[in-house]
Ligand binder design. Structure first.
Ligand code: ADP
Length: 497
């Protein structure tokens, strides 16, 4: 029986290449900005470490305090690294500073991304050794940008007392992006060329290495952002070549559905929407719809179901189905509004529909956070027919706003949307299963039929959707279970709530 000395808060260091409100390109930024705070509420001592990008707003840079500096060994070189710190709403954020690597106009997409994030991963390991306040029990890594940390820790830092009891968790937010580079990096940057085990695990091809593969092979626990995606990753269709590793390590792989920030996404208090409403009084949602139709130049008609789509315009999002089905949907008198940016051909296709269908279809090719709030509030249905979707936030946000999601049954969409069941009346949205445009259109028109003929049932479904709990509390408790599973010698500080 452990003594009371073992009852203490686990120290979690959350390593991420982006975190809201400092830098965001996708869901990872949202997770890194919200989950660590929820972990603190669940009884951990949590902090975040990320690069100090040039694009971080000046107001935050001005408030950062210098904590330490040292040199990071990258093969034959020693590279400068500063550590800065900023406390934001009770959570400590640490920033890895190297202007040559991170003072640029964007986050990713540079010729030396491999080197930049290899440096970042190694700087994190060095910081754990050299900066006492960064000592941790669990280093939680996310996606390929931090996937080398478990490799470095095990192969290069095992001897350091600050590292030998650090366990690693590796979370996959999207397996499409793996960080694959030429194998010269092993000797020129990583300093792992002479370590056969590391070479074996990192190689993915005759002459290339894969950061994500290294992380997946070395981490003590693997997680991904929904239970269904955890299952799908083990299949060749979704696994992007790494499915054998997920199958081999399935005993340590867990899927935990992300939460959303329910203080930001709340129709009762949202200052960005024209009229506030809640499950207790839905009346103002009609005003949100009216205002949205007006803003987007759509026909002012409350009886038209307004289908909204918000997200990146890429193949992942199942846009081929929407393009194929668009004419049929339009013929039935449904309105469609799309907000997004992405691949040029997709943007062009939706601009074409915008022209073709006048006041029944609107495509806003832009990234516009405020408009996204108005669309979540003003829509009737959120369409999300993704080919794959590790978790997906849009469908959860839509449910908070009483906008019923219509999704393909995959990944987090399957785990968050309960399909309408006409026998039991259960449901928080609508689902279809195959990548088939007719199946999607049939499901959509079936939903519109309810909208047209049974408003009472529609309202019931809206209320059921709005009542779903998507807060981070549940996810944070699940992560705490994993951390404590890796450190059975530490008694849990807070009981699971
Ligand atoms: P992914 O991470 O694959 O891009 P998610 O559904 O997980 O998709 O998260 C997308 C987030 O970004 C949502 O919060 C969505 O509202 C927001 N978003 C995506 N595109 C836009 C856009 N063009 N304008 C405003 N917000 C957007």
């Amino acid at each position: 029986m452990p003594t009371s000395a073992h009852r203490r808060k686990l120290r979690i260091l959350f390593a991420s290449s982006e975190a809201v409100p400092f830098a965001k390109t996708g869901g990872l930024g949202d997770v890194a900005g919200s989950l660590p705070r929820a972990l603190k509420h669940a009884g951990a001592k949590a902090a975040v470490i990320m690069p100090k990008y040039g694009t971080i707003p000046q107001e935050y840079k001005d408030r950062m305090k210098h904590v330490a500096d040292f040199y990071v060994p990258l093969a034959w070189r020693n590279v400068y690294c500063g550590i800065e710190k900023l406390e934001l709403q009770g959570l400590d954020f640490y920033f890895v500073d190297n202007e040559a690597y991170f003072k640029r106009d964007g986050l990713y997409g540079y010729f030396d991304d491999g080197e930049r994030f290899a440096f970042f991963a190694k700087a994190i390991c060095e910081a754990i050794v050299k900066v006492p306040e960064l000592a941790c029990d669990v280093l939680h890594c996310n996606d390929w940008q931090t996937a080398l940390c478990p490799v470095f820790l095990r192969e290069l830092y095992r001897g350091a007392p600050q590292c030998n009891n650090v366990k690693t968790v590796m979370t996959v937010h999207n397996i499409k992006f793996q960080g694959q580079y030429g194998d010269k990096m092993l000797s020129d940057i990583l300093g792992l060329a002479d370590i056969p085990a590391a070479r074996d695990q990192l190689y993915c091809d005759k002459d290339s290495i894969n950061f994500m593969k290294g992380g997946l092979c070395y981490a003590d626990a693997l997680t991904t952002v929904s239970p269904s995606y955890a299952y799908e990753l083990q299949m060749p269709f979704y696994g992007e070549g790494l499915d054998p590793i997920f199958r081999r390590r399935s005993n340590i792989l867990t899927g935990i559905l992300n939460g959303i920030d329910t203080s930001i996404w709340n129709p009762k208090t949202d200052a960005m929407i024209p009229a506030n409403y809640s499950a207790d009084d839905l009346a103002n949602k009609a005003e949100c719809k009216r205002a949205l139709q007006e803003e987007l130049g759509l026909r002012q008609d409350p009886t038209r179901p307004l289908v909204v789509m918000i997200g990146r315009l890429t193949n992942q999002k199942g846009l081929g189905l929407v393009r194929y089905a668009m004419d049929g949907i339009m013929r039935r008198g449904v309105q469609v509004a799309i907000l997004g940016t992405g691949d040029a051909d997709q943007e062009e296709a939706f601009r074409y529909f915008d022209q073709k269908y006048g006041d029944m279809m609107c495509a806003r090719i832009a990234f516009d956070n405020a408009l996204s709030h108005r669309m979540y509030a003003g829509g009737d249905i959120l369409l999300m027919p993704s080919e794959f979707e590790p978790c997906g936030l849009s469908q959860m946000i839509a449910m908070r706003y009483g906008t019923l999601p219509l999704v393909r049954e995959t990944g987090g969409l399957r785990d968050s949307v309960v399909p309408y069941n006409k026998f039991t009346g259960e449901g928080t949205g609508f689902r279809f299963s195959n990548m088939n445009a007719d199946e999607m259109a049939d499901t959509l028109l079936g939903a519109c039929e309810i909208f047209w003929t049974n408003q009472e049932l529609w309202t019931k479904l809206m209320l059921q959707a709005m009542a779903t709990d998507f807060s981070w509390r549940r996810a944070a408790n699940d992560y705490m279970d994993i951390y404590h599973g890796l450190h059975p010698e530490v008694i849990r500080y807070n009981k699971r709530r």
